[in-house]
Design a protein. Sequence first.
Length: 394
Amino acid sequence: MVSFALTDEERLVQQTAHDFAKREIRPVAAYYDEREEVPYDIIKKAAVVGFGISREGSLLDGGGSSLVPVILAEELSWGCAGIALAINSSGLAGAAIMATGSPEQREKWMAAIASDANEVHLGAMCLTEPDAGSDVANIQTTARRDGDDYILNGEKQFITNGNIADVHVVFATEDRSKGWGGIGAYVVPRGTPGLEEGTTWKKMGIRASHTANVVLNECRIPAENKLGAAPKGGGSAGPGALGALMTLERTRPVVGAYALGIGRAAYEYALDYARDRVQFGKSIMKNQGISFMLADMAMAVDSARLMVWRAAWMAGANAPYLQAEGSMAKAFASDMAMKVTVDAVQVLGGQGFMRDHPVEKWVRDAKIFQIFEGTNQIQRMVIGRAIEALPKKN
């Protein structure tokens, strides 16, 4: 029998995250959006509750439940997507470390990006470049072996926590003739000579999340900082950089969950407004034009959640994404968020265009989810290739 019921643990996470978002995030969302500041105090508070990245990377696998990360992402993003991303912004760096590093490297570097009540520690995954966005194989950043060190050169673009992170996981090519096989992942701690600050970007949305370019200029790191390389004195190595790149498909449901939280917030706000707003002597909810819009919004939000949860469950069960279900969840949920937030503005009319209401912010926040971690056009390419490869059915 198929059950859509959450476990007691999952319901507890959902309620705790929702209460945290309502109490700590929503009241300050406009403040951080206006000032484009990293919400360090909120990150500390989230760490106390158990949100964010732990030393064991537990939230990366849900502490045993593959639904926990998507539930958490939806609820925190319901509060504010920018702040939610700031809280969990080390997740991609953590995923790369956990997927690629040796046990010794995981222990060392996960501790370096784990925040607590007293101090915020951040990680940054440095993959995108000016000429290598969707075309990841075109990475130009190089890693050159020099004795017991590696020397990195290049520039990374649009990096979450770029330059402010304690740990940068940098993808670079060591041997271009090997294609994907020549790409490695290298840990560069903050303050390393040659790690230079690039452009800090002012963004349309998710403005509580820091985004900057990272410049590597003859940046020298110990060879043991290459993830997957056997550490000094022996020990087991990780699966290499390609293992981390492959985890992107598994993290896409979480990206979809952030978009889901925005879309749900906009739908709920528009629904409440339509119930309360009276025109021509009746609630505008009584108008079919409005009620049909809200009905479509409700269906879209629920459909996105089902796709996100299915993809998350599949990842936890190690079920293969034969139809690129991770990409499906990310693309569908982010397209939903964009449409639902725009429709929410329409339901509010002129009020929706004003910054007195949060729907205009949610439109700005929603847009990036159609773009990062693979544009939705790229997701459709991935899905198309996957379904083309499926065997014909009799």
